[in-house]
Design a protein. Structure first.
Length: 168
């Protein structure tokens, strides 16, 4: 359950990264607004996913927070929320000084990438957890292929962030 929400959050987080990194035809403030709002949608979906997982566990009488997947997912969403708040206060509100923004930007980018990679790990551990109860060989193959695509997706996002200045 949480794996599905993590995967959605991964897709939206990548869209937010691309919105900031690749859209240069619009005003910088509009670029920041798109980046921030797309991340907010991802955060809300992630929080909803965590809520749904807890609700599912309650209905199925399954104990909460018993797997690495659940701990990684909750940590990723919590850090994602803190990162969003930090970015909002530092980069959106006019109170932050230009020097502060310039100094915080590299840390913001690297923390965002680290949180993204944590979400990739949460998705992967969710797939491992799902594979333990796979009903058939075809379901297991689907889970493995999904895991490979999530891994390649994570590498593509990390590469896009690392190399974005090289191609601007």
């Amino acid at each position: 359950m949480l794996q599905c929400s993590t995967t959605k959050t991964l897709c939206i987080k990548f869209a937010a990264i691309l919105a900031y990194s690749t859209i240069h035809m619009v005003d910088h403030r509009m670029q920041k607004m798109a980046h921030m709002m797309i991340h907010l949608v991802g955060l809300i979906l992630g929080i909803f996913g965590v809520y749904a997982a807890f609700k599912f566990h309650d209905a199925a009488v399954v104990p909460d927070l018993m797997s690495l997947h659940s701990w990684l997912g909750i940590t990723a969403i919590a850090l994602f929320g803190l990162q969003w708040l930090f970015g909002f206060v530092t980069f959106w509100l006019p109170a932050a000084h230009e020097h502060t923004r310039d100094a915080a930007a590299p840390a913001h980018v690297m923390a965002g990438l680290a949180i993204f990679m944590l979400a990739v790990c949460a998705a992967q551990t969710g797939l491992v957890q799902k594979s333990a109860g796979a009903a058939s060989a075809s379901e297991m193959k689907l889970i493995n292929v999904t895991g490979i695509f999530i891994l390649l997706y994570g590498v593509a996002v990390a590469s896009a962030v690392a190399l974005r200045k090289a191609f601007l």
